[in-house]
Design a protein around this ligand. Sequence first.
Ligand SMILES: [Zn+2]
Length: 194
Amino acid sequence: MQIAPQPSFIRQPAGARDRPALVLNADYRPLSYMPLSLWPWQEAVKAAFLDRVVVISEYDEVVRSPSMEIRIPSVVVLKDYVRPARHAAFTRFNLFLRDEFACQYCGSRGEMTFDHVLPRARGGRTTWDNVVAACGPCNLHKGSKTLRQAGMRLRKPPQEPSPGELQNIGRKFPPNHLHDSWMDFLYWDAELDA
Ligand SMILES: [Zn+2]
């Protein structure tokens, strides 16, 4: 969501730089888990100023204009519900996310590359069901061979994930920094043992 630029009446207060606001949809769920929907403080303040969000939690820090003083929001809720996308965008990030940042051949994590299951040289296409995350060594070993020729197996058949599936996977990978005021609205791994 883009917020139109507003008059630059707000000065950058010390310490405000690292005060992002968690952005919740009108149903009080995060707009997205991965990456976690966060706005820089300027955007959150603008949105509050324009009455596009309800501020439900704030930081201690304030920003000042000549005429007003606003505490920096730490959690905001959109007033208008944003309908989730029907299809997950086919992006590098989403593909890694679908595969949980793990090599689909050996399961290792770390530096990932993309591998065409049916090599492009053999007509393989760049689609959800033909591209997987692979570590360097596995990718090198497979080369332009088919699975059978390379004697390799996939851990699971690659397919297009739904946006909801991606969100659920994203919940397994919380960002490094989570502000206390966000916790009531986040459910990292919460349902897995239910
Ligand atoms: Zn591997």
